[in-house]
Structures are given as structure tokens and as C-alpha cells.
Ligand binder design. Structure first.
Ligand code: PAF
Length: 288
């Protein structure tokens, strides 16, 4: 396992792999790695000759007042997990390398960044898109891997890679869950015992809404009513959004009626549980 801090060195090493005819997979992360990241690394390991991971707590995707300062950090455990999963290169850039003095070039994926998480975190996806564009430009991986818990992020990144001709194939990996359905997230570390008991309601609500759609319910207000009913909002759980949207474009369904085709149906929730913001989703794929 090689740990490098300078972007020039990361670029040099991955270029050497490319020149030797080896394919590279990149798993970009914010650190505080868990089994969800391990699943991304395993997917990449299975498809690529060389495996790179980046660990960078990207400041620009956190707005003032968000949890950047308290975001969990576990550098030793992160490196241990990378070693265990067979990572060849860990890129640990310094903020000054990614955002040098005078930095002023931002990537904005316009429409896909507006709804859902973007509505409440207006600068978040600009920070994500900008850092991911840089990581892909530095490492130039053949494939990069993203988890489907952050479904909107994955759609945005796929779009930016296409729009900017970055040439990396974007691969997505299923959400890894605890036994009670809670999606793994570094932010789960913030949950106290009571919030931890409440949090799986998010996935139960999504499953209930998905089951209703699969039984034939197609009215958006009914579907969102199921989500809200099952989420049981109150002091312990506050809903930020609970929505059904087209999975490909993240638009609302015309006429308030969901349709599986052409793009599939995204059911998505963001909620604050004991003060911690959690997101989750299910996708009902297109028919046929
Ligand atoms: O999902 C994440 O961990 C981050 O948003 C990412 C993609 C590493 C960009 O900082």
C-alpha cells in the first residue's frame, strides 16, 4: 500500500499503471471508512488491475454551520481497512493542493443539483462535483465507484463525467445496511442509543412505499403520504424531504402519477434523527 499526499505524485503513479496497460479503479471517500466503503473497494478490486482510494474531507461540500468540524476522522483505521481490502494507492491530498491560493474554478451540474438534498444544501453538490472532477483529472481512473445511498450524488457525477468528457466509467454499488435496514454512513457515529433505534424507520418507510408502488399505487400524494405515515415524524425524527421522483432526471412526475418507464422511480428521504441528518432511498427500476 502506497500512501501519497501530492497530487502530482498520485497522477504520476496512476499514469505509470496506465502506460503498463493496467486498468485503475478509484474509490473517492471523505474518510471514516466503513463496510459501505469496503463494498466499493471490493467492487473495484474485482474489476480493475489496480485500486486507488482517496481520503479527503472536502471542505467545500460542507456549508458554514454543517458538521465539517465534527465529521468523524479515523486515519489509522482508514488505512488499515484500505490495506485489508487490497488498495494499492491511497491518495491523501492536502487542502492546499486541491484548493490552492487563487482557486476559482467550480463545477456545477445544474438541474440535477437543485432538488432533494440540493434544495436544503444549496452549495453541497458544487463542492462534490468540483472535488470529484479534480480527483478524476488527477488519477484518471478507468472506473470510479460510488455508493447508491447517495443516489443523487451518483447521478450528478455520472452527468459531469459525460458533460466534461472525463472518460472515466462511473460504477455504482448497492447500499450496505445494518441488519435492521439502517444504511451505513459515517454519520451514524453521531447517533445516540435512542436515535439509533429510531433511524431504521427511514428504510422501513421506503420499503412500505416501494411495496405500495409494486402493488399498483401510482399517485404521488398517496406514495408520499405512506412515507410520512411510516416515518412517524415527531421530536425524534424530523423529515427534510420524502419524495418520489424520476430516477434518471430527478424530476417530479408529470400529473402526479409515477411511471416506471423510461427511467425508473426514485423514492428518497432525508430526515434528522436526534439532530443527525440521514438520507436513504430505494429505486424501483424500469420495467422490462
Ligand atoms: O460521498 C462522498 O464520500 C463524497 O461526497 C465524495 C464523493 C468522496 C466527494 O468528496
Amino acid at each position: 500500500l502506497r500512501v501519497v499526499r501530492a497530487s502530482a505524485e498520485a497522477a504520476f503513479l496512476s499514469e505509470r499503471w496506465r502506460a503498463a496497460g493496467l486498468s485503475t479503479g478509484l474509490v473517492p471517500t471523505l474518510g471514516a471508512l466503513h463496510e459501505g466503503h469496503a463494498a466499493l473497494l471490493r467492487a473495484a478490486r474485482g474489476e480493475c488491475d489496480r485500486l486507488a482510494a482517496s481520503i479527503f474531507l472536502n471542505p467545500t461540500q460542507f456549508a458554514p454551520g454543517e458538521d465539517l468540524a465534527k465529521y468523524p476522522r479515523a486515519p489509522d483505521r482508514d488505512l488499515e481497512l484500505c490495506r485489508r481490502e487490497g488498495v494499492d494507492l491511497v491518495f491523501l491530498p492536502e487542502a492546499e493542493d486541491i484548493y490552492p491560493e487563487g482557486f476559482q474554478t467550480w463545477v456545477t451540474v445544474e438541474d440535477l443539483s437543485m432538488p432533494l438534498c440540493g434544495a436544503n444544501r444549496p452549495s453541497h453538490f458544487r463542492g462534490v462535483a468540483t472535488v470529484v472532477a479534480q480527483l478524476l483529472s488527477i488519477v484518471k481512473p478507468h472506473r470510479a465507484y460510488f455508493g447508491l445511498k447517495d443516489f443523487q450524488q451518483a447521478r450528478i457525477i455520472a452527468r459531469l463525467v459525460k458533460d466534461l468528457h472525463l472518460g472515466t466509467e462511473i460504477r455504482t454499488v448497492e447500499t450496505v445496511r445494518d441488519a435492521d435496514g439502517l444504511a451505513l454512513s459515517s454519520r451514524n457515529a453521531y447517533l445516540d442509543a435512542s436515535a439509533r433505534r429510531t433511524a431504521p424507520r427511514i428504510h422501513s418507510a421506503l420499503r412500505a412505499a416501494r411495496d405500495a408502488v409494486l402493488r399498483g399505487e401510482d399517485r404521488v400524494p398517496e406514495i408520499t403520504a405512506i412515507l410520512v405515515r411510516e416515518l412517524r415524524p415527531g421530536a425524534d425524527l424530523e423529515i427534510e424531504y420524502a419524495e418520489a421522483r424520476t430516477a434518471d432526471t430527478l424530476e417530479e412526475f408529470a400529473g402526479g402519477i409515477v411511471r416506471r418507464s423510461p427511467g425508473g422511480i426514485l423514492l428518497a428521504v432525508a430526515a434528522r434523527v436526534g439532530g443527525t441528518r440521514l438520507i436513504d432511498n430505494v429505486v424501483i427500476p424500469p420495467e422490462g
